[in-house]
Design a binder for this molecule. Structure first.
Ligand code: UT7
Length: 316
């Protein structure tokens, strides 16, 4: 039996930091409100000359540096993003070009905040079927480019960055299972409608409170689905590496898992919600800070626009 395993992780965060105090200057909000309602203290913002593929490329370089493989051994590139550089070609093709990787398939996945879980799920299947051996999976988003900085309920949430993993074929389980879902009837609750007006920036519109409630309930269900699929108990999970949307959502999922918050990898305070980048950024932080160790069982989960949601259970 062939399995896929995380060979290496990497990340990149742009230099510029936008703090809650900075936002207080232009919005009717306070650091106290933002921290208590979301857990976010600051977020990174992409440079004016930077692109999503630049961030994805730097996260990929970081992952390659700690991996056991050369770029020439990568045989598939998948980038999860909602903020691609161009309408086409894909951000994955731009990353392929920047990394100077020769011919291999490369494509983007669009599942908003669940994008990394979707990409990981697809990559895992390419490896399990024997079709590919070393896959670069990246989550990268420049959410500031689609944020309305006059809308206090949105501007406080989003940040920019990229995280990457290299998945490698192995004979021992790594990825134990992945689960992905979507329900398009909720599309207008969290979306970026197209205005078709070139002078207007298309920005995120969200019914925050309803999305919050749906996220908590749905993530509750996906925890059960993932544990049942693997015949595991809550106590078998060593780490929760969740999509970083709101600290109260993370706390609700930890409670469902009967897990103390020190077993939850939290980067939300420093990164904000970086959409598809948030899980691989948190994973890289968990690994490089020495929290997550080889052989431990990690549950990753995400919920986002679509609605889309998903989980991955991993033996690291
Ligand atoms: O990653 C994809 C999935 N996304 C999510 O999971 C996000 C889910 N939603 C959330 O995280 C939260 O709903 C928000 C953080 C967006 C909002 O928090 P909330 O506790 O749900 O607040 P609310 O929307 O119910 O608003 C409560 C009050 C309102 O004032 P009134 O009507 O009670 O007078 C808002 O106008 O808070 C007000 N408010 C703010 N006040 C100060 C909204 N944003 C702000 C703000 N500063 N930035």
């Amino acid at each position: 039996m062939i399995y896929s395993k995380i060979n290496a992780t990497g990340s990149y965060l742009p230099e510029r930091i936008l703090s809650n105090k900075d936002l207080e200057k232009s919005l009717d909000t306070t650091d106290e409100w933002i921290v208590s309602r979301t857990g976010i203290k600051e977020r990174h913002i992409i440079g004016d000359d930077e692109t999503t593929s630049d961030m994805a490329y730097k996260a990929a370089l970081d992952a390659l540096k700690s991996s056991t493989i050369n770029p020439s051994e990568i045989d598939l590139i998948i980038v999860a993003t909602t903020t691609p550089d161009k309408v086409f070609p894909s951000t994955a093709c731009s990353v392929q070009n920047k990394l100077n990787i020769g011919e291999c398939p490369a494509f983007d996945i669009q599942a908003v905040c669940s994008g990394f879980i979707y990409a990981l799920s697809i990559a895992d299947k390419f490896i399990k079927t024997g079709a590919k051996k070393n896959i670069l999976v990246i989550g990268a988003d420049a959410m500031s480019r689609i944020t309305d900085y006059t809308d206090r309920s949105n501007a406080i949430l989003w940040g920019d960055g990229a995280g990457a993993v290299i998945l490698t074929a192995t004979d021992k389980p790594g990825i134990l299972s992945t689960h992905i879902h979507s329900e398009g009837k909720y599309e207008s609750m969290l979306h970026v409608p197209r205005s078709n007006n070139p002078s207007k920036k298309d920005t995120i519109e969200m019914q925050g409170n309803q999305v919050f409630k749906m996220a908590v309930n749905t993530l509750d269900r996906i925890v059960d689905e993932t544990l049942n699929a693997n015949n595991l108990m809550k106590s078998d999970i060593d780490w929760l590496v969740p999509h970083q949307a709101n600290i109260r959502i993370l706390e609700a999922t930890a409670k469902k898992l009967e897990m103390p918050m020190d077993k939850v990898v939290v980067t939300l305070d420093k990164h904000g919600n970086t959409s598809a980048a948030s899980i691989p950024l948190a994973l890289d932080y968990g690994v490089k800070s020495g929290k997550i160790k080889s052989g431990e069982t990690i549950l990753m989960e995400a919920f986002g626009g679509g609605f889309t949601w998903g989980s991955a259970l991993i033996k690291y």
